[in-house]
Ligand binder design. Structure first.
Ligand SMILES: CC(C)(COP(=O)(O)OP(=O)(O)OC[C@H]1O[C@@H](n2cnc3c(N)ncnc32)[C@H](O)[C@@H]1OP(=O)(O)O)[C@@H](O)C(=O)NCCC(=O)NCCS
Length: 228
């Protein structure tokens, strides 16, 4: 209890603390019941928010201290499953979708390492395999697409030409900032930052800062560090 209360720093009034603890209790209770249906779960401390939808959760493995915030939707039916490491948070209204809702080919899935978070309103289309490393921060409204529609023929609708699935890899310690879009087949190197509103179409070298549409290198964290 002491440890729990120590999270509330100066400025928290009693009423806010009580309501926050009450909400934690509700989310913990929901987490307790959801956990029963997961493929595996390392710990008992799981928080599942109000109206969070976790479908086909027998394909979901979670580590310790998993948090699914209010209204997020995690669809789990996939070839490799959805695997979350320890202390992973899925933000409000985030949507994780490996496979179509009403049939179609089963998608590949998603793996997220330890201490990583997916921000509010994110869209993670993991029909191709998406791997997110440890200590990765994904800010609000980021979209990641591991699939493209085929469009080589002009004689038939693109809708009927199928899709090509590819991986997306985000290595450890990256920050993918607000409103950016990561396209299929891209690897984002360790320690990189994707600036707000960027569209990443190519691999990003380690420790780079990339920005713009399409995203280009605008800085290098390693050089900045050496020059400090
Ligand atoms: C990437 C970021 C951290 C860089 O911050 P910074 O080091 O202070 O960068 P600066 O503002 O000094 O800009 C450096 C250069 O990058 C450019 N740049 C910065 N952000 C950019 C962006 N989003 N897209 C394109 N170019 C950008 C600047 O125009 C500048 O170019 P110049 O040298 O030609 O003038 C910041 O721009 C950013 O995108 N922050 C994200 C905020 C966010 O999403 N927060 C969510 C918190 S959960």
């Amino acid at each position: 209890m002491k440890k729990l209360l120590s999270r509330f720093e100066e400025g928290w009034d009693k009423r806010s603390i009580v309501f926050t603890l009450f909400r934690l209790g509700c989310n913990l209770t929901r987490g307790f019941f959801h956990r029963i249906f997961f493929k595996s779960s390392k710990g008992w401390l799981l928080l599942v928010g109000k109206n969070a939808l976790i479908r086909q959760s027998n394909y979901l493995s979670v580590g310790k201290e998993f948090i699914a915030e209010d209204h997020c939707e995690i669809n789990c039916l996939s070839k490799r499953g959805i695997v979350f490491g320890d202390r992973v948070t899925i933000g409000k209204y985030a949507l994780i979708r490996p496979t179509g809702m009403y049939g179609g080919e089963i998608g590949e899935g998603l793996k997220v390492g330890n201490n990583s978070n997916i921000g509010p309103f994110a869209y993670i289309g993991c029909s191709g395999y998406i791997e997110i490393g440890n200590n990765v921060m994904i800010s609000p409204r980021v979209s990641i697409y591991a699939e493209n529609h085929n469009f080589s023929s002009i004689l038939e609708p693109m809708k009927d030409q199928g899709v090509t699935r590819q991986f997306v890899i985000i290595e450890d310690d990256c920050w993918i900032t607000a409103n950016s879009v990561i396209l299929a087949g891209v690897r984002i190197g360790r320690g990189s930052i994707v600036a707000a509103g960027s569209v990443v179409t190519k691999d990003v070298p380690p420790y780079s800062i990339v920005g713009g549409v399409p995203a280009k290198v605008i800085g290098n964290r390693a050089e900045q560090f050496v020059n400090q």
